[in-house]
Ligand binder design. Structure first.
Ligand code: ADP
Length: 486
């Protein structure tokens, strides 16, 4: 419980579990506000009313009208999610009535009208926060990723009356870059365009706007916060981020421990827990069956639940397949993304029939069964702001095998001798994310799997590791207190 009076906090995010999810941002936007609400904060989440969102939200009530939001009328609806989350939906059919991925078109390219879509979203968010759209107003706006980057730019002109602003970078690779001509369409003053403002090499960057105009910037782990301040990890923003000093900090994500609970998970065959681990064997057998691989309890099952992209380093895993399968291990892959990686894993399921199973696609329930039934999960990312799958895995007693980068470095305790002797160790780390170190990590995993008492001990350590939102939410609460008192 935060010591100060409850704050009115407006979360601004383009996706939110369980209404709409393409990645970790949705998990955070769905769970962190609930953890903050449990601490007594008055948190609302503003979402674009995409068709899926409108269909999933309950108790929708119109609270405000906007005559013209960049080319069409809009309304603000108050609503709730099944999880109890309090929502505002920005209902602007000319911007949000789209099918499929909210950012990409059918060819996987950025949607051509994204600047207006997310510019309109940010504009409405700023007005809502100022109390101009209905009765509610915010003491603080917490905006997420480039889609909400312009909120603080719109709030700029409000002077001292404006709420405080926090901007969270979930992934620096997505920078919201648009031609500078969009500034006029978005009704932003021309003087914001410059190297100290939202200009990035003669373009407008929504992400940069969030970084430059917010009172505080966070990212989703301390290690990633350090990495992005550098030339190597800064993806063009290293100097700017370094210049923020202590206005930039890292707070590691949690996961929703009700949604991810092996003792009460409707998606899995038999519940299990740290104290009652035996039924996990049933989940493993069921997983081997579901992915069409050999049902063998002695074969270690490794898994992947991921976007299949360059970032995630899964090409390294393709390279490691002969080594992995050649040593008697099995692999199940759940993911979608780059065609070359999708094809490589589909091909692997044929080449290593009976030992490799692939499901190309996005499937929430299946992701729970993969987490429950695997012995290890691979996360060989080249960079990883926080990563959530390793947290889910640990909760299900599945040991993460991770590249030592970003949030993976901060959340997985390498089960080396020293860690094991002091009763720690929740997975395996390797560095750098390259073929040889990954192969060596596979060897370590195999020998750990062969040492049953130690393997079981590490599984229990992993299941006992605190992956909840309790600590992170308290850290955000303290940050809000500090900014609001400034
Ligand atoms: P990112 O946000 O970079 O994609 P994270 O690890 O932070 O990676 O979050 C990914 C989230 O998406 C996790 O909750 C993971 O379980 C989920 N996920 C990724 N791919 C799939 C998939 N193919 N099917 C179901 N869930 C998936």
């Amino acid at each position: 419980m935060s010591a100060a009076a409850p704050h009115r906090v407006l979360f601004v995010a383009s996706e939110c579990y369980p209404l709409l999810k393409t990645g970790g941002l949705a998990d955070v936007a769905g769970a962190l506000p609930r953890a903050l609400m449990a601490m007594g904060q008055d948190v609302r989440v503003l979402l674009p009313a995409f068709p899926k969102v409108k269909a999933a939200a309950a108790e929708q009530k119109k609270v405000a009208k906007i005559k013209d939001l960049f080319g069409g009328p809009a309304t603000v609806l108050e609503a709730t999610a099944d999880t109890g989350l309090k929502l505002f939906l920005l209902n602007a059919p000319h911007l949000f009535d789209i099918k499929g991925n909210p950012y990409l078109d059918e060819e996987g390219q950025d949607r051509a009208d994204n600047a207006l879509r997310y510019g309109g979203f940010a504009r409405a968010a700023a007005d809502l926060a100022m109390g101009r759209l209905g009765k509610w107003h915010a003491d603080l706006v917490h905006a997420h990723d480039w889609q909400a980057g312009l909120v603080s730019a719109y709030l700029q002109k409000e002077g001292a009356a404006r709420p405080k602003t926090v901007f969270t970078i979930h992934n620096l690779a997505f920078q919201g870059l648009f031609p500078k001509t969009v500034l006029k369409d978005l009704e932003l003053p021309a003087d914001l365009f410059g190297p100290d403002g939202l200009e990035y090499w003669d373009k407008v960057s929504f992400l940069k706007a969030g970084i430059v105009y917010s009172d505080h910037v966070t990212t989703v782990s301390p290690s990633y916060a350090a990495e992005i301040r550098t030339e190597d990890g800064g993806m063009g923003f290293g100097g700017l981020l370094a210049s923020l000093g202590d206005r930039l900090s890292g707070i590691v994500n949690g996961i929703d421990t009700e949604v991810w609970n092996p003792a009460a998970d409707p998606a899995i065959a038999a519940p299990f827990s740290q104290k009652k681990l035996t039924p996990k064997a049933k989940a493993k057998r069921a997983l081997q069956k579901e992915f069409g691989i050999r049902p063998d309890k002695h074969a270690p099952v490794f898994s992947v639940v991921s976007r299949l992209t360059e970032q995630k380093g899964l090409d390294l895993l393709v390279g490691a397949l002969p080594h992995l399968v050649g040593n008697g291990a099995q692999l199940v892959v759940l993911g979608s993304g780059d065609a070359a990686l999708e094809d490589a894993f589909a091909e692997a399921a044929k080449t290593y029939k009976g030992n490799v199973g692939t499901f190309i696609g996005y499937n929430e329930d299946l992701s729970h069964r993969v987490q429950a039934g695997s012995d290890f999960i691979f996360i060989p990312s080249r960079f990883e702001p926080c990563g959530l799958t390793q947290l889910c895995a640990m909760r299900y007693g599945t040991l993460p095998v991770v590249a030592r980068v970003g949030g993976l470095a901060d959340t997985v305790i390498d089960a080396n001798l020293a860690a094991l002797q002091s009763g720690a160790g929740t997975g395996l780390q390797f560095s750098p994310p390259a073929q040889e170190p990954l192969n060596a990590a596979i060897d370590r995993a195999l020998s750990l799997f062969g040492d049953k008492p130690t393997f079981r001990k590490v599984m229990k350590n992993a299941m006992g590791y605190d992956v909840s939102w309790d600590r992170p939410a308290a850290a955000y609460g303290a940050l809000y207190d500090r900014l609001i008192q400034l």
